[in-house]
Ligand binder design. Structure first.
Ligand code: FDA
Length: 306
């Protein structure tokens, strides 16, 4: 119930205007967001690399509604790739196709992805296309596949809560497409998405198995979860299928379950931290609240402190 309410608020412009002007909420955002500027992101990636982790940065933005907004994000994404290389830090980039204009112009999003992937390739890095809500699943997979024909530094995300994901992940594995597997962060109806935690988790583990079973050369799985049971299941699946360590990695979000991050790093598993930055942090933060409504307590403590 609370999760639904928070996810509904994440899409409300009025709630966003109130929340982003409230100092307590801004302070709370720093728990999950590295900062507002590119230099904040580079500094965070440097700390993360120095601690023995890999990174993928996300310049926060989604649902762009004008070509100017898209331009702003493409400029930031391309300049980040160059700045990270010049600063000598290691980081992939995560992008949302709606920040590249998918919501209003399909071909603009394709062209912008091409630009970002080309810059990333020049800087020797990789672009992960985040998966948004189910209005965009089919088109995101189409655009990712088309982009991969030109750029081999592109990967996509599959959400375990979607009923269709078994078919998707099996074909992506056979095509050698790098996949990040997540549980899924949006509100989706029962006809297309599993609703219970147990069903989503069972499906997550089946999808790991499927990907490893079908993987062809180039395929690489990013197991993106903070759930120790999913981590153990993925490791057991890799062992069963004889998958070497360089064909999979773990990914977690900035500021979440640092103990589990350390445990995997200490066992020499590649562990990549997703580092969001930028001023458009409201919808991202609301999805983090919805995943764990107990975060509301951290938020309230923060609000009272200020
Ligand atoms: P679960 O939600 O069951 O959490 C397991 C444990 O982790 C919790 O018990 C708690 O201890 C801790 N935890 C989890 N979330 C927390 C939070 N917000 N605050 C504090 N503690 C928390 N989704 C999507 O739809 N499209 C995408 O592209 C991506 N991309 C993405 C990248 C990366 C690197 C990660 C880790 C996740 C995503 N996600 C995503 C989000 C994903 O779908 C999912 O909502 C979250 O990862 C939470 O699910 P868990 O697997 O962590 O399990």
């Amino acid at each position: 119930m609370l999760r639904r309410l928070i996810l509904a608020l994440s899409r409300s412009g009025a709630a966003q205007r109130v929340a982003t002007h409230f100092p307590g909420f801004r302070g709370f955002s720093r728990r999950f967001v590295a900062g507002e500027t590119q230099s904040d992101a580079i500094a965070a990636v440097r700390r993360i690399n120095d601690d023995g982790y890999e990174a993928t940065v996300s310049f926060l933005g989604e649902d762009a509604s004008t070509p100017d907004e898209v331009d702003r994000d493409v400029t930031e994404l391309t300049s980040f790739a160059t700045a990270a290389r010049n600063a000598g830090v290691r980081s992939h980039m995560s992008v949302k196709l709606t920040q590249l204009g998918l919501g209003f112009d399909h071909s603009l999003a394709e062209r912008c992805l091409d630009t970002v992937a080309a810059h990333a390739a020049d800087a020797g890095t990789f672009v992960r296309i985040d998966m948004e809500d189910s209005r965009y699943t089919v088109v995101t997979l189409e655009i990712a596949r088309a982009a991969r024909r030109t750029h081999d530094n592109i990967g996509v995300v599959i959400q375990a809560y979607l009923r269709r994901s078994a078919d998707d992940i099996a074909s992506l594995a056979a095509e050698g497409m790098p996949v990040r597997l997540v549980k899924g962060a949006y509100r989706e109806p029962p006809d297309i998405a599993f609703q219970s935690k147990r069903e989503v988790e069972d499906n997550f583990l089946q999808l790991v198995d499927l990907y490893f079973e079908r993987a062809s050369p180039g395929a690489r799985l990013a197991v993106a979860t903070h759930d120790p049971r999913m981590v153990r299941g993925a490791l057991a699946s890799a062992r069963r299928h004889g998958v070497p360590r360089n064909r999979f990695e773990f990914q977690m979000l900035y500021g979440i379950r640092p103990g589990l991050q350390r445990a995997l790093r200490d066992r020499s598993y590649t562990t990549r931290i997703y580092v969001p930055y930028g001023s458009h942090w409201y919808p991202y933060l609301m999805r983090r609240l919805a995943e764990r409504p107990a975060n509301l307590w951290f938020f309230l403590q923060n609000a009272f402190r200020r």
